[in-house]
Structure formats: structure tokens, C-alpha cells
Write a protein of this length. Structure first.
Lengths: 533, 186
């Protein structure tokens, strides 16, 4: 095994997608190898890294980028993602065992039925090759696996359910309850957010106790992280090899994938063979790897007959606002995010501008507030007084706007910039179109209305488009092999035994966090693979 | 000093001693209530005769820090670490401490909350040094990117003014669902 590892199923990536597929197949009796580029870091070490970080508002700092498996860093910037487009795509993701859901808000939304037929309903973007109803059972399965708490059926989230959430919703914080009370009935619909966070002991993990540190690290594992299923897969018999950076996919002349090749941190190479291969290395590293894997038979890379690999990059361009409310609401009690404004997720306007979700931050504001006041030169009792006053009244709202798949927004392996192992860095071409900009202008107005409802002062808009690390579209799914990368089963059109488990396959971005959809697609894929063993 | 892991308000003090915080209250009543809320004696929030040790050693730094932070007690070990780090980062820091103490002594009537503004026009450098000291105590940070040192987190002073209501992120301050309750004083 050491020199010629081989398995029924070889999976590249150990995040939520790779972990779920590995776990399911190991349970089914398959031999499984998981290759993870990054290191294994225990939770306690990540917590210590956070507490010792000088840049605590940068959620990546507790997860140091490794020279052999770099990921984007911004405090300070490491230049891993090379920006070539109109608009910088300063996305984050993590490379370590467990993947990027080590830090997330745990928002576990389903898409809406209309999100699956954007083209048909609104004449923009693309349709999925199957309807919402086809994914509904897998959404539920994902909610059970991740442990999702959510509102009871009296609250309509727009995505029909066959069964209630596995856990009751976490009770809202005082601020979130008050926010809902003030906004509902005033042109806004605020709902409790479904979250992969425990409202009771679940899956041998504890109830959330409000450490308010979901991002960058839940210290007690009350919130789901992908490492849960990476470790479950190992317990079920899968072999997880960390620090194994896959740099080449080997296809035979018939188009079957015969092996993947990885480098260890010192540059030593290993060839791993198998029957079925699953790429689950996120929406940037997955297409990068496919595009790097050129050969005489596949000169444009693996799975790329359509020339769509790496294209259609989508995220949820976000804008924000913060203001001082005229009453003490005390954000920061409980988990970091609990409610969302959902009545702009769908409507006839989508033929004209982007759908969106707005969400209220329940993060502890103490550090940001104190930092700003010290910057203004405050000292003594007045400093303490203002920290308390502003911490009690600072509200921050952010948004996700729906991005459409556009071929010019893409990621390619750099021709000249390489990491320490000689592997090309990702080069990003990204732009924000009028579909998003028009919606964001409307969002700005909505922010002003919300601030008004709270008698807001010092209203500070942030109209720059922030990426939300929801990397979608870059290995897009579709029925036509000429304009898509994978079919409805997440099988690459070009290679019978190569499958993708990543948000890269999503044909529409919609306006909600993509993790639950990744998980649902991964479980659906695992069921398919079990039949192909 | 408050320990983040045992700072449940209902264990630390009985409800009857918890102070109201009135958002719109100006001046005295609010200031006194607030000083009490974070455990300060009333005098600490008011101007008082300032008699710092001469020179720029650790004791002088501690006295200066007490004046700038409006506190009568500061953690001695942390004071030593901050003093060491600031002195190492800036060779003029020791003399700045002496100069700031001298300035405060001759401006005995200047309460700590207006120090920076008062200094800014007289001595921009000393005003900046005040900022470095405040950042070290409140945010626990010394130095600039890419070599910022973290000297404190749990014990950084920024958390004191809200310790009866808000957690220090990553620590659990109370039982699950405590957040449903309306915070005291709202």
C-alpha cells in the first residue's frame, strides 16, 4: 500500500463534500483513500491559534497556510490568488483536514424550487438538469448528517420539506427577537436561520453555549465542521492521507481515469490508483487540478471538452451596513448569526436584478468598537463608557447577492506563478455585472429603511462587493456535454469514472450559503457510487 | 481580574448589586453608575491628585497606565509584559513615560478621558505614545504588521466594560440559551 496505494474509491479533498462521500462509501464496505493537501490540525490548537492571533477579524489566521499547500491569506496578504479581472476576488478557503467549514456561520439553507429553473422562470442564468424535488430527500439526509436545527413548519422558508428539521431551532437572542419584531410587517420578512448548530446534544456533540466564535473556530464542536465526517470516514475504514497534494489526474486513452498523483511536502511523488475517483477540492482547486492535468489525448485538461472547466465562477457578492440603534440591543449574545431577511430571495424582479438574502450579525462587537474608539484617542472612563454604549447599540447587516454564471469569470492555473512544490497558483478573472449592481443599489435603500426603523445614527454603508467564500459554478452541471462539465449525477461528461463533489457543479448560485447544497449533492453522489462499485 | 471562564454574572454578584446602565444619561449619575458597573471605586472616574514615581521604570509605567485607563488596579504581570514590549519596540518609550507622567502631574486637573485631545496640540509624539499604551492594555496588541505581538486576549481591558453582558469570543460565559433573556439594564 505504501508504495502503490490503491482503493475502490479515491477522493481528493477532505472537506464536507469529500468527507461525506468517503464516510458513506466506507460504511458500504468500499475501500476508500482520501487525499488531503493540507495538514491535520486539532481543534484545541486552532482555538489557541485564534486567541494568539493579532488579526482576529481575519478568520483564516488560525489556519496557517502551508508552503506545500498554500491557501489565500490577507493579514498580511500572501498573494496566493492572482487577481487578473476587473474586480478582485479576495476569497478565502482553507486547506487542512476538514476543509473550509472549520469556519462558517453554519447557515444551512436549502435552495428554493425556483433557484433550480432560473432560465425557465426568469430568462437569466441556467437551469439545473433536475428540479428541487429531486434533491429534497438528499437535503433532508444532509440535515440529519450535519445536524441542522431549524424553525418548525409554521414558518415557511420557501423550500418544501418532507420532514421537520432534525433539531428544533435555537431560541433567538434578545436582539434577534427584537430585530424580527421591528422589521416584520414593515416590508421585511425575518425568519430564524436554519443552522448546522446543536440546539441539544446531537451526534455526540454538545449544545451551543454561545461562545460566539463560530467564525473562525467553534471551541466545543456544537457547530458542525467537515472534520466530523472526515473522522467518521476514518473510523469506518477509510484511509486519510494528509499533506498529500494531488497535482495530476491520469486518464487513459479511452478516457477512464487510471490514477491520481500527489506530492508530499518534500516533493516526493506517489501514484494512487482506483476504480472510481471523486474530486472534492472546492471550486478553485478542483478546476485548477483538472486544467493542469493535460495529456496528448486531453490537451485542454481533464473533463474539459466543453471548455467550461474553471469558467462561470460565482460567489455571493455582499454589501453591508452598520449603524447605532436608538435602543440597547446587545449583539453578541448567543451564536454569531441567527436571523435572515428572506423576502428578496425570489420574485419577478429576478428577470431584472439579483435575488438576495440579508442577515443580521450577532457577533460580539467589543473588539471592533474598542479598536475604533482607541483610534480616535479616547482614554479613561470615557473610553469604557463609549465601549459599553456602542457595543450595546451597534447593528451590522450583510447580504448575499445572486451571481449569474458567465464564462469570462474564471479560474486558470497560472503559467508563471508557482507554489513551493512547483504547482501553479490559481489565477482569477472576476467581474460584477449590472444584474448584481442594480440589486445592490436596491439593497442600499433597504439598509437605509432598516436603519430608520431603529432610529439609526452614524449609518455606515459598505457598498464594496465582498466575496463570501461560496465558490460556485467552476465545474458546472448540465445536460449538454458541450456547455457543461458534469451531468445530473455529478459525473464528468468526458470520464466515466470521474465524479465531482463541490459547489463548483452548481448551475445557479441563488442567494443562500451553499454548504447544505454541497452536502446534499455529496450524499446523492455517494448513493450513486455505491451502485457502481 | 475577571476570569472569562467564571464570569457568569449571577455567580459573581447578586442581582441587587448589578448596576443599571442608562444609555442617554449624561455626566455624573451615569458615570458613577458606570464606574461601579465595571468595579471601579467612584474616585477613579474623577480627577484626582496624580503623584507618579519619578523616572520611566515599570512603577512609573504602571502609575501612568492607571491614570490613562482610569483604573486603580492593573494586572502586574501584564503591566510588566506591556512595558517590556513597548520599551523594546521604541527606544524613546521609557523617556516618554517619564514625560507623560510629568505632563499629567502639571495638568492635574485634566481627567484621563481628555488626555489625548489635550496632548495632541502640545506634543504629537506623546499623544501617539498614549495611543500605543491604550492599544496594548485594551486590545492586547503591540507593534505593527507584519510583526504585531499579542500580549493579552482574555485579560485585555476592552472586555471589562461589557463583561456583565457579553462574552469574550471563544469562551462560554453562561448556560445555553442565556441569550434569550433581555440583558440587564435594557
Amino acid at each position: 500500500m505504501a508504495n502503490n496505494p490503491s482503493a475502490d474509491v479515491v477522493i481528493v479533498g477532505s472537506g464536507v463534500a469529500g468527507g461525506l462521500v468517503a464516510h458513506q462509501l466506507a460504511l458500504a464496505g468500499a475501500s476508500v483513500i482520501i487525499l488531503e493537501a493540507g495538514p491535520r490540525i486539532p481543534r484545541w490548537q486552532i482555538v489557541e491559534n485564534f486567541r494568539n492571533s493579532p488579526a482576529k477579524n481575519d478568520f483564516a489566521t488560525p489556519y496557517p497556510s502551508m508552503p506545500y499547500a498554500p491557501h489565500p491569506e490577507y493579514a498580511p496578504e500572501n498573494g496566493y490568488l492572482i487577481q487578473k479581472g476587473d474586480y478582485p476576488y479576495n476569497s478565502q478557503y482553507l486547506r487542512l483536514v476538514g476543509g473550509t467549514t472549520w469556519h462558517w456561520a453554519a447557515a444551512a439553507w436549502r435552495l428554493l424550487p425556483s433557484d433550480f429553473k432560473l432560465k425557465t422562470a426568469y430568462g437569466v442564468g441556467r437551469d439545473w438538469p433536475f428540479p428541487y424535488e429531486a434533491l429534497e430527500p438528499w437535503y433532508y439526509a444532509a440535515e440529519v448528517e450535519l445536524g441542522v436545527s431549524g424553525p418548525d413548519t409554521a414558518i415557511d422558508l420557501g423550500s418544501p420539506r418532507s420532514k421537520p428539521y432534525p433539531m428544533q431551532q435555537l431560541p433567538l437572542s434578545y436582539m434577534d427577537a427584537r430585530f424580527s419584531e421591528v422589521l416584520n410587517g414593515n416590508g421585511f420578512t425575518v425568519v430564524p436561520e436554519p443552522v448546522a448548530r446543536n440546539s441539544r446534544p446531537y451526534d455526540e456533540r454538545p449544545t451551543c453555549c454561545g461562545n460566539n466564535n463560530c467564525m473562525p473556530i467553534c471551541p466545543i464542536a456544537a457547530m458542525y465542521n467537515g472534520v466530523v465526517h472526515a473522522e467518521k470516514a476514518e473510523k469506518a475504514g477509510a484511509k486519510l492521507i494528509a499533506q498529500a497534494v494531488v497535482y495530476r489526474i491520469e486518464a487513459d486513452d479511452k478516457g477512464l481515469i487510471s490514477a491520481v498523483h500527489y506530492k508530499d511536502p518534500s516533493g516526493g511523488t506517489t501514484r494512487v490508483t482506483g476504480k472510481l475517483f471523486v474530486l472534492a477540492a472546492n471550486g478553485i482547486e478542483t478546476p485548477k487540478l483538472m486544467l493542469m492535468s493535460t495529456s496528448g489525448k486531453f490537451p485542454h485538461g481533464v473533463g474539459n471538452r466543453s471548455d467550461q472547466v474553471g469558467r462561470n465562477l460565482m460567489d455571493h457578492p455582499g454589501t453591508g451596513v452598520s449603524f447605532l440603534a436608538n435602543e440597547a440591543l446587545w449583539p453578541g449574545r448567543g451564536p454569531m448569526e441567527m436571523t435572515s431577511v428572506v423576502n428578496f430571495r425570489d420574485g419577478a424582479f429576478r428577470s431584472d436584478y439579483a435575488s438576495k438574502k440579508l442577515h443580521l450579525s450577532n457577533g460580539v462587537p467589543t473588539m471592533a468598537v474598542a479598536s475604533a474608539l482607541i483610534g480616535k484617542g479616547l482614554t479613561g472612563a470615557e473610553l469604557d463608557r463609549q465601549i459599553r454604549d456602542r457595543a450595546a447599540r451597534t447593528l451590522t447587516i450583510n447580504s448575499f447577492h445572486e451571481h449569474l454564471p458567465e464564462p469570462q469569470n474564471r479560474i486558470v492555473p497560472s503559467a508563471d506563478r508557482k507554489d513551493a512544490l512547483g504547482i501553479p497558483q490559481p489565477e482569477i478573472y472576476y467581474s460584477i455585472n449590472d444584474y448584481v449592481k442594480k440589486s445592490a443599489a436596491n439593497t442600499h435603500e433597504l439598509y437605509a429603511q432598516i436603519a430608520d426603523l431603529f432610529g439609526g445614527t452614524e449609518v455606515a454603508f459598505d457598498d464594496r462587493f465582498a466575496p463570501n467564500n461560496h465558490i460556485m459554478g467552476t465545474t458546472i452541471m448540465g445536460g449538454d456535454p458541450n456547455d457543461s462539465v458534469v451531468d445530473a449525477d455529478c459525473r464528468t461528461h468526458d470520464h466515466q469514472n470521474l465524479f465531482l463533489a463541490t459547489s463548483g457543479v452548481m448551475p445557479s448560485a441563488a442567494s443562500v450559503n451553499c454548504t447544505l447544497t454541497i452536502a446534499a449533492l455529496a450524499l446523492r453522489l455517494a448513493a450513486k457510487l455505491k451502485r457502481e462499485l | 481580574m475577571t476570569d472569562a471562564r467564571t464570569s457568569r454574572p449571577h455567580e459573581v454578584q447578586p442581582a441587587s448589586t448589578r448596576r443599571q446602565f442608562l444609555l442617554s444619561t449624561g455626566a455624573s449619575a451615569g458615570a458613577l453608575a458606570f464606574a461601579a458597573a465595571i468595579g471601579l471605586p467612584f474616585a477613579a472616574s474623577q480627577a484626582f491628585a496624580f503623584t507618579p514615581p519619578a523616572g520611566g521604570g515599570l512603577d512609573a509605567f504602571t502609575a501612568l497606565s492607571q491614570q490613562l485607563t482610569g483604573r486603580t488596579h492593573l494586572d502586574a504581570a501584564l503591566a510588566s509584559r506591556i512595558y517590556g514590549a513597548l520599551a523594546k519596540a521604541d527606544s524613546a518609550f521609557v523617556s516618554d513615560v517619564a514625560a507623560l507622567n510629568a505632563w499629567l502631574k502639571t495638568h492635574a486637573g485634566v481627567p484621563s478621558d481628555t488626555v489625548t485631545a489635550a496632548l495632541a496640540s502640545e506634543d504629537a509624539r506623546l499623544s501617539k505614545t498614549v495611543g500605543h499604551i491604550m492599544r496594548a492594555w485594551y486590545l492586547g496588541l503591540v507593534g505593527e504588521e507584519p510583526t504585531v505581538q499579542v500580549l493579552a486576549y482574555e485579560h485585555a481591558l476592552m472586555f471589562d466594560p461589557v463583561s456583565d453582558v457579553l462574552t469574550i469570543p471563544s469562551y462560554c460565559r453562561d448556560v445555553p440559551f442565556y441569550w434569550v433573556q433581555k440583558p440587564v439594564g435594557v
